[in-house]
Structures are given as C-alpha cells and as structure tokens.
Design a protein around this ligand. Sequence first.
Ligand code: GDP
Ligand code: IMO
Ligand code: MG
Length: 429
Amino acid sequence: MANVAVIGAQWGDEGKGKVVDWLASRADVVVRFQGGHNAGHTLVVGSQTYKLSLLPSGLVRGKLGVIGNGVVIDPEALLAEIARVSAQGLKVTPETLRIADNAPLILPLHSALDRAREGARGENKIGTTGRGIGPAYEDKIARRAIRVADLAEPETLADKLDELLLHHNTLLRGLGAETFEKQALLDHLLALAPRILPFAEPVWERLDELRRVGKRILFEGAQAVMLDIDHGTYPFVTSSNTVAATAASGTGVGPGTVGFVLGIAKAYTTRVGSGPFPTELHDATGKLLGERGHEFGTVTGRPRRCGWFDAALVRQAVKVGGVQGLALTKLDVLDGLPELRIGVGYQIGGEVLRRLPASPRAQAVAVPVYETMEGWSSSTRGARSWADLPAQAVKYVRRIEELVEAPVTLLSTSPERDDTILVRDPFEG
Ligand code: GDP
Ligand code: IMO
Ligand code: MG
C-alpha cells in the first residue's frame, strides 16, 4: 500500500486542492511539507467553496491534517484561517490538526520586508504574494528563525528577537520602510503562544507511528515544479523546493515513505506573477481561457496569465519532480475551441531545445515550437468516465501523455469534487 505525494507540474494553481480533497477519501492523514500561506487551494463540495492556504486540504474530509517542518507558518494567518473555515462548519482542533514544533514562523517583519523589496525592484519585481515567504526562508537558512517550539520559551524569544531585529531593521531602514520594536513583537508572540502551542508536536514521530501501522499518508504540495527554488524559472520562483523529494525532508520521514508521485497539470498553462512564460497568449484565446477558467489568484486576486499547454515544460517537471502519473485538470475549459496548440519545444537563437535552459536570458527569448490539434465541439464538463469524453478530447490527452512521458492517471472535468475520472488509483502504486 503506497502513500501519495501531490505536486504541481506547472507554475501553480493546477487544481492541487481539488485533487487532494478527492484523494483524501482514500487517505488517513494529509500533510503539507513546504510553502506557506502563499498557496491558495480552492475546493468545491456541493454548494460550499473552501479556500485554504495553510491548512491541509484533507481537513474538509475530516481527515487528520499535519503541517510539516518544511512549511513556514504565519501564526496569525493560521488562526485567521482556522476561524474562517470554522465559520463554514469545519472542525479544526488539536485533535484534527498537528503542526511541527520545528517549523519556522513568519512574523510581521517578513511581509514588511517582502513588500519593501518588491517595491524597490520596480519593473524587475518577482510578483511575490507579499506574504513574507522569501524572507522567512532566508532566516531559516541563516539560522536566526523563530520556530514554533520557541513560543514556549519567553527568554529564547527575547534573545532571538535581538538578532532578528538587528538584521531586519537594518534592511528596512535602508529601504526606507518602517522598522519594528522588540517589545511590541515579543508581546505579539507571547499572546499568540497559548493559541498555537496546543497544535505543536514533533510530527515526525506521529508520522512514523502512522506509517508503521499501515495508515495512508497523502503529502500535499503547494506551488509547483516551475516555481521550485532550484528547478524553476529562477529568480521568478518561490523560496522553497516544491518537488516531491521535499515531502520527506519537509516532514521528517524517509524518501521511501513518500510513495507514488502524482503531478497535477492544467490542460493549458497559467502563471501568476512575473517571469518567463513561452506559450503565453496575449490574444482573444488567452482572454477566453482566463474567463472560462476563472483564472484569478486565490491569494492575491491578480488575473493569471494564460497560454497553451506546454508539454516541454511539463516533461521537464515530470523528470525533475519524479512524477509517476499525471492528473490533468480543467479539460472542460478547452471545450469548443476549434483548434488547440501544444508547445513541444523552444526555438532559442538558432537552436531548438526540448527543455527550458537555466539562463534567464534564454528563457526570456524562448519561442515555442507548436504542434496543432483539432479541438472538440461537445462538452467535457462534468464528465465522470472516459466513455463520456469526445474522441478528440481523448486524442488530446493521449498526445499529452506521449509528449510529457507520463501516464494520465486522473482527469478533472469541473471544480466540483466528484467530477473526476480515475484511471489508476495512485494509492495502489
Ligand atoms: P491549486 O493552487 O493547485 O490548488 O489550484 P487553485 O485552487 O488555486 O486553482 C484551481 C482553480 O480551478 C480552482 O478555482 C478550482 O476550483 C478550479 N478547478 C479545479 N479543477 C477544475 C476542473 O477540472 N475544471 C474547472 N473548470 N475548474 C477546475
Ligand atoms: P498554489 O499552491 C501560483 C508565485 C507568486 C510569485 C512567486 C514568488 O496555490 O499553487 P512568493 O510569495 O512565494 O515569494 O512568490 O511564486 N506563487 C504562486 N503562484 N500558485 C501558488 O500557490 C503560488 N505561490 C507563490 O505569484 O510569482
Ligand atoms: Mg492556488
């Protein structure tokens, strides 16, 4: 019996939340392993829509949720999200949610620095979510982060704040932004401590116990391979590793526990924020995809950039992310388009490449090489079996499988939980 890791195979917003919610019925625990509240996962269950950022999507199914050490946790954002979903009828208590005691915290100074730096970058901005993700990971690597367990030790907090403020206030002052005061931050953290600490524990130990008694673990990725700090379109990326290997280091289990790697890809491509996007469409078709797909950022509300499916990009994500099966989502958004294009490589200078090179200059000038396919006129929306799909849609899916070198194991045909076609159960390995 395998565990499953779900990761994004493009630039995020592929529908990971929907797929994780659907798969959670087959799992015992759902675990977040990287990222933070930069993620926005939308789940539609009947008349209810849930928007989750930090909480594992399995909570909607009443499954145990775990936030691993690889996640950066904004305690205020976490409590606000718990309050928000509780108002929708979900139960989030220390019985249903555990958070790693060794996870680093996001503090108000991190988002202040994130925004100040983006402002200073002007035209060259990354287009971050402004939630302090990058600065929080920087502090983790620099060994000055405040972690969940520190909330239980006022003296540790005071000492750490001295070091943090020396660093951050110097930067903030240099950027012309407002600085932070130690006592105010200390009071803030001490007030949050009793509300956060009941959720905290060494989650690696719980995951080890669950694994040993044969419970199924579903690892929920945020962002996507092309936003990975190493493998993505650097520097237009997020500040964590988003590939499935991180599910191990980001929770405290061995790589063998991660199990089947399910990559999620949209039947077209979107991106929110700056950076290269070779198959982007600036025409009426791009606009149509955005409108039909409701492509607006869950976190920031920004319109997402839209374009054709880029098979070269997803193939690269399949390889570096270790993707064994693909969940293809939003096929319904392509219904009725007379002709579809699939990017199969890039023309860069005089060369044609089947991968995106590491150089940002080369990425910026990459011109996609397309293959053209006939579209389909009937609807795929809400289809729940292969038999319900028009022949041409099946052909499109089959061509994608060939080009990305991974089988499609799941298909999603609407935002609704049950509008899903299972080809092969990822938990069966
Ligand atoms: P995530 O960040 O990967 O979890 O994706 P988001 O939730 O940010 O964005 C995906 C959006 O597409 C959400 O609004 C989903 O409700 C919606 N969605 C997911 N699957 C499908 C699908 O198959 N068809 C359509 N039309 N919408 C979908
Ligand atoms: P989900 O989990 C799409 C993008 C931001 C920006 C870059 C860096 O919903 O797929 P950050 O705030 O992380 O430092 O921003 O990464 N980004 C996402 N784009 N979906 C996400 O999450 C994203 N999380 C971050 O737009 O370009
Ligand atoms: Mg999202």
